[in-house]
Design a protein around this ligand. Structure first.
Ligand SMILES: Nc1ncnc2c1ncn2[C@@H]1O[C@H](COP(=O)(O)OP(=O)(O)OP(=O)(O)O)[C@@H](O)[C@H]1O
Length: 535
């Protein structure tokens, strides 16, 4: 705190040098202050060391002009509280002198009492209101000094003290203004940065809207959360009913993140038989188990530098959950049968449609993994909660279908749109997409989608629909007399049934499996065997 200048000033005070030089050293010490706080500290230190005073303190007037504050303590002394001498000096606008013993007995403000409690009662106290001496003449605060009556006697008239006080006020006002400007500039810079940040995020959210369709408030919130999640390296847990777009969101998080140039690896924990899942994820060494003739990289290693998406995490077996937790916490893992541990740097995005808290209660899911996975939890809205998005989604899916199938674009009649809006969609967006694909297939080129093209809405299918059904998703099973290969016919029947059930439940494998009395894994296995798209 300008110790050198103050030392010089102290040294000079005891030396046979001219008063001008002493004054210059004091002025220099003040001028070198970088802030009002430093200036007040230096000013008081100089007064005590060079002017023979016992104590000095500056109080500053706060921005509201209602109270005085101290740099040394948490004291706040209100300007209209006359239990301390500063209120009197400020109100009268002129210096005040009183004996300390008297001040202590008459003025019982606790902060004032604490300030002067260590000083001998024989001393006198001078309180001087300070104002800026430039054009504005604003109040700055007060200077309080205590000293022997003989020292204080001529203080107010001492030209050196007067010059010192005036320099102090000038510098104080200048530094305060400068500091105010700096604060204003900093606030401006901060709000500009926030504005730029807001505009940048808005632009990203608009780009994302091309992929995650929907103008509903729920989708707008989701998109901005996806952008925020992508900006961090936190593990993301996506929770939402089947078909709400968890897979799509996971890919978007990767694409909008700093890891976008790295790999994106995805696995559905429910679709892989338990015995295979560990080696799929962690990889295995050569000879780790019978049939492992080659070492194989797991998805964790392949996702190094990128993102690993674990879909249906709720179905992950408990022993693997422990291993996954270790990867998340330390990045370390050991491939099956390997002697060495390995390291991977990845961001994990996990998804589930199951209430994981219930799985924890049933002791099927580790609570510690749940909390580690959910560093950035994201909830996806159901389609029922955002019916206003149905028309936009349906039209986009119709456009997709036509471009995939190389057909001319077709529209959707208002009546069909109304019906689409009234449905319940347990399979959410996937169900809507399947419905539109089906309706597109059922609609003649050049026509628009009519209500009767929507499955499950018409009682008697018209002849057009009968025609369309053949060769589309719903092939009929050969009649009994035409069966020449029982195994093939049973296989076709099974495939047809599963396909219809998946269509009925909007692709929700859990509901489809339940309705057929099958475990979900078995259905997933059959879908692979029968080459049905399980999604
Ligand atoms: N907001 C959206 N905009 C466009 N298409 C979407 C949107 N949400 C989902 N989809 C589409 O709906 C289908 C289902 O989405 P997705 O596979 O991401 O759902 P999911 O929640 O992962 O389902 P599951 O839980 O069954 O795995 C996909 O074809 C996907 O492209």
């Amino acid at each position: 705190m300008g110790a050198r200048a103050i030392d010089t000033c102290q040294a000079m005070a005891g030396q046979p040098v001219g008063p001008g030089l002493v004054g210059m050293a004091r002025a220099l010490a003040l001028v070198e202050s970088a802030s009002p706080v430093e200036l007040r500290e230096r000013g008081c230190a100089i007064l005590v060391s060079c002017q023979g005073l016992a104590w000095a303190e500056c109080l500053y007037l706060d921005g509201s002009g209602r109270w005085l504050g101290s740099d040394r303590a948490d004291a706040r002394l209100a300007c209209d509280d006359f239990r301390h001498p500063y209120a009197h000096a400020i109100r009268q606008g002129k210096p005040l002198r009183l004996g300390l013993a008297e001040a202590r007995s008459r003025l019982d403000h606790p902060d004032f009492q604490a300030q002067v409690s260590a000083l001998p009662g024989v001393l006198q106290l001078d309180v001087r209101p300070l104002r800026a001496l430039d054009g504005e003449r604003e109040w700055l605060g007060t200077l309080a000094v205590a000293g022997e009556p003989s020292v204080l006697a001529g203080l107010g008239e001492d030209p050196e003290f007067v010059a010192f006080e005036s320099l102090l006020c000038r510098l104080w006002a200048g530094l305060s203004r400068h500091q105010g400007e700096r604060h204003r500039e900093a606030r401006l810079r901060q709000s500009l940065a926030q504005l730029n940040d807001g505009a940048r995020r808005q632009a990203l959210a608009e780009r994302l809207a091309e992929d995650l369709l929907g103008a509903s408030p729920a989708m707008q919130t989701l998109r901005s959360q996806v952008i925020r999640a992508a900006e961090t390296g936190l593990a993301v847990l996506l929770q939402g009913e089947t078909g709400t777009g968890k897979d799509r969101v996971a890919r978007a998080i990767h694409r909008f993140s700093a890891r976008a140039d790295g790999p994106f690896m995805a696995i559905n924990c429910a679709a892989i038989p338990e015995a295979l899942l560990e080696s799929e994820l962690f990889g295995h060494a050569k000879g780790a188990f019978s049939g492992a003739d080659q070492a194989r990289e797991g998805l964790i290693s392949q996702a190094d530098g990128g993102t690993l998406f674990l879909d249906e995490i709720g179905d992950m077996p408990l022993p693997l959950q422990a291993k996954l937790l270790r990867v998340l916490e330390s990045g370390r893992y050991r491939p099956l049968g390997a002697s060495e541990e390995r390291h991977a740097d990845l961001r994990l995005v996990a998804a589930t449609h199951q209430p994981l808290r219930e799985r924890i209660r049933d002791q099927c899911f580790r609570a510690d993994l749940y909390y580690r996975l959910g560093q950035f939890p994201l909830s996806l809205p159901t389609l029922r909660e955002r019916r206003e998005d149905i028309a936009q989604l349906a039209e986009a899916f119709a456009v997709d279908f036509c471009s995939r199938e190389g057909r001319d674009e077709l529209g959707i009649t208002p009546a069909a749109l109304r019906q689409l809006r009234e449905r319940d969609y347990p399979g959410n967006v996937r169900e809507l997409k399947n419905l539109i694909d089906y309706a597109c297939a059922m609609t003649r080129p050049g026509d628009d989608i009519e209500p009767m093209a929507l499955p499950g809405l018409t009682e008697a299918e018209d002849s057009d629909r009968q025609e369309g059904t053949e060769g589309s998703g719903g092939q009929s099973v050969e009649s009994a007399s035409q069966v020449h290969d029982l195994r093939r016919a049973l296989r076709d029947y099974e495939a047809d049934l599963i396909r219809q059930r998946l269509l009925l439940f909007g692709g929700n494998r859990a509901l489809a499996a339940e309705s057929l009395g099958l475990p979900k894994r078995t259905l997933a296995h059959k879908c692979r065997q029968l080459e049905l798209d399980a999604k």
